[in-house]
Design a protein around this ligand. Structure first.
Ligand SMILES: *Cc1c(COP(=O)(O)O)cnc(C)c1O
Length: 432
């Protein structure tokens, strides 16, 4: 499989180079040349396959010859060593919990797969050390730090906006040490992201290091996010119902992966994106006019993204056909007040503790069902992180009842190690 740049001004590359480069030299996102449908026999027998084998069938065409069957299978096995439970909420509503990995966020899936691929390539093909640069608005940093911890030949530099991530999130990315370096940026997530972008264009840095990104633009983080849509289908196939997925979205990598899964033949009836005040995509779906904005801070901070980097991939998937996209995707946005009310409602009506992102997924699913009532449709909202990661913004009485999972508890006693920076110059000297 070859990948081309969505800016169309860079050479095509194989999976390996797409993973190592992160972004194409013309600053475009990589995109696979072909998206092939899986054979119908795969869907006929999916309930007899385990998660590792399902994942292998899905990812194999995208990896091509760059990783041997045996190595790819072992990468998958260690990347996906946790559960993806589906929890009943209401009659036609379920939560797909993606947070049972080591850092309790869905980003563990992509981060672990990418770390293992990159570790594989660095070990087998290059003597050079690879430096991973990543900007995080909260959840990415922890998942990347944990995924890459101790991976030989790779250093990780994480930038996060000072004071804008929760205590648990900050501990997850600043306490590991070893090959993980945390930089606390005096600014917003967008500032972090633009510093990372600048580093990738810096000739001096590029001459000295192999720099890559672990943001969701990297194909090795983006593509494995297809897996759990298939896992959910496997679990619910026996119901005979059509499935709609409501995905709380920020950079639109997660939902885009779901759309890829659909393109590979996974029977998904419809997609819903829920978001906060950063409502670029819902607005676009209403007006046809795509206007990025400066990010607005909310209580669902992993979605505080004013210029969603993966949306261009969604457009490519739909060949820029607005009507076609609109027929497959509904979008809704919610205020912090509405989000908190939904967290409360889920607790009181269904005894379910959702984090603010999952709660937005739930709200969007309900609004979709109100507009499109149907008996033969099951809705799943993606619960993208454990509520413990968002304690400060959870209603107090719910927060008090959340038990601290063991992997979080042992973090809280560790000491934060990070360096405060304000400018690109400081980032550069930290890397150098
Ligand atoms: C990253 C994140 C999102 C947004 O996912 P995208 O792929 O960027 O759209 C939603 N919820 C949580 C908890 C996240 O960490």
């Amino acid at each position: 499989m070859k990948y081309f740049s969505l800016n169309h001004k860079a050479p095509k590359v194989t999976f390996k180079d797409a993973v190592i480069n992160g972004l194409a030299p013309d600053k475009g996102l990589y995109y696979p040349e072909r998206i092939e449908k899986l054979p119908s026999s795969f869907f006929d027998r999916i309930e007899t396959l385990d998660h590792d084998n399902i994942a292998y069938e899905i990812i194999k065409p995208f990896v091509g010859e760059d990783i041997s069957t045996e190595d790819l299978k072992s990468i998958l096995k260690t990347s996906l060593n946790f559960e993806f439970p589906i929890v009943d909420i209401d009659d036609n509503i379920k939560a797909l919990e993606l947070y049972h990995g080591p850092t309790m966020a869905f980003k563990d899936v992509g981060a672990r797969f990418m770390a293992r691929c990159l570790g594989h390539f660095s070990h087998h093909h290059t003597e050079e050390k690879v430096t991973v640069l990543v900007a995080t608005s909260g959840d990415t940093g922890g998942a990347v730090a944990s995924g890459f911890l101790g991976v030989k030949g790779i250093d990780v530099v994480i930038l996060y906006p000072s004071g804008k991530v929760s205590n648990v999130q900050e501990k997850q990315l600043t306490t590991l040490g070893q090959n993980i370096i945390a930089l606390e940026v005096n600014g917003t997530f967008d500032d972090c992201q633009s510093m990372v972008k600048q580093a990738f264009l810096d000739e001096e840095l590029k001459s000295k290091f192999t720099l890559t990104s672990a943001n969701s633009i990297n194909v090795a983080r983006w593509l494995p996010q297809m897996f759990y849509y298939f896992f959910a289908y496997k679990a619910l196939k026996h119901t005979g119902k059509k499935l709609v997925f409501s995905v709380p979205s920020g950079n639109y990598g997660n939902i885009c992966a779901g759309m890829m899964a659909q393109q590979m033949g996974l029977p998904i009836h419809h997609f819903i994106t829920g978001t906060n005040a950063n409502k670029v995509v819902p607005k676009y779906l209403n007006s046809g006019d795509y206007q990025t904005m400066s990010s607005i801070q909310t209580i669902s901070n992993a979605m505080d993204v004013g210029a969603p980097s993966n949306f261009i991939r969604i457009r490519e998937l739909y060949k820029n056909d607005f009507e076609l996209l609109k027929a497959n995707l509904s979008g809704y946005s919610y205020s912090d007040e509405e989000t908190t009310a939904a967290v409360n409602q889920l607790k009181h009506a269904f005894d379910y503790t959702a984090d603010p992102h999952g709660a937005i997924g739930y709200l969007a699913l309900k609004d979709y069902f109100n507009a499109h009532p149907a008996d033969d449709v099951l809705g799943l909202f993606l619960e993208t992180a454990h509520p413990i990661k968002f304690l400060p913004v959870m209603p107090k009485f719910i927060a008090e009842q959340i038990e601290m999972p063991p992997q979080i508890k042992q973090l809280m006693d560790k000491t934060k190690k990070s360096k405060m920076i304000s400018t690109y110059k400081e980032l550069k000297s930290a890397i150098l």
